[in-house]
Design a protein around this ligand. Sequence first.
Ligand code: SAM
Length: 292
Amino acid sequence: MEDLEKRLTEDGSHTFYSKQFNETFHSKYGAKQESEITYIKGCNIKEKLTTKNHLKVIDLCYGLGYNTASLLEVYGQNIYDCSLEIIALEIDINVPQQAIKNNLLSFYSPNITKDLNIIANTQKLKKDNLNIELLIGDARQTIITLLRSNFKADAIFFDPFSPPKCPQLWTVQFFELVAQCLENDGILATYSCSAAVRKAMISVGLNIGRNYAMGKRAPGTLATKNNIPLQPLSLKELEHLQTRASIPYRDPSLTDNAIDIIERREKEQLSSDLEYTSHWKKRWLNFSHSFE
Ligand SMILES: C[S@@+](CC[C@H](N)C(=O)[O-])C[C@H]1O[C@@H](n2cnc3c(N)ncnc32)[C@H](O)[C@@H]1O
């Protein structure tokens, strides 16, 4: 069982640090704020709850449960004529259980903390208008259950550790499966603005745009299947997609480990004709200096 260290973030909410992945579970700017801005606002949840009768959400990488908790908070703020179904994917049940044990999410209302407790302990929650299931295992496998049942999400909260730390969940092959679980008018939201991630999304047929910015972080990414208007990428971001940084992670058998996936990408970068990312960076640095 991994030893998870508790860390305070700038909005006063706590997160964990994972020694295994050498990364915190949330941005330093705020765990709760990240769930509200990147995922709830990014996926346009309030509008969807108002216009739909049934809202289906995939919380991909449930972790401590912030994204589901913030969704339940919004859902509880109004009487919506809309039922809510959440399928959450997580590899390590220890993470949500430790979050509960350490009372990390106890600033949510007692109803919500009670629900999170039930989810962490039974992996299921069923109420009148609410159905939540937490599938434990590698998301590359558990997503097959969703594909088999033809589950199409109106919103996907896409929240793995960063691409260099957990490339398994940012590959072209995994996005192919994830895109099949997205409703035609659905929105996938993530914090990542990596060119490799954006290129992988484009290569499986998703349209992409900027997500809302969180703290001083560069805006993440939103993806859809059709032409729902999204905030377009800047010229700098578009040019980033023409550099070697945009070579995506690949995992043809969907079973490779992080080291093999990273090595495969590095080999592809070495033999690429694309512009060096350092040249792109220098060009844009000179450009911004010309305004000083
Ligand atoms: C950045 S954290 C997610 C934070 C979470 N959304 C929250 O609100 O607390 C990434 C999570 O992905 C999980 N994870 C890592 N590899 C995974 C895999 N292959 N399949 C599913 N989950 C995975 C980790 O255990 C961790 O909980």
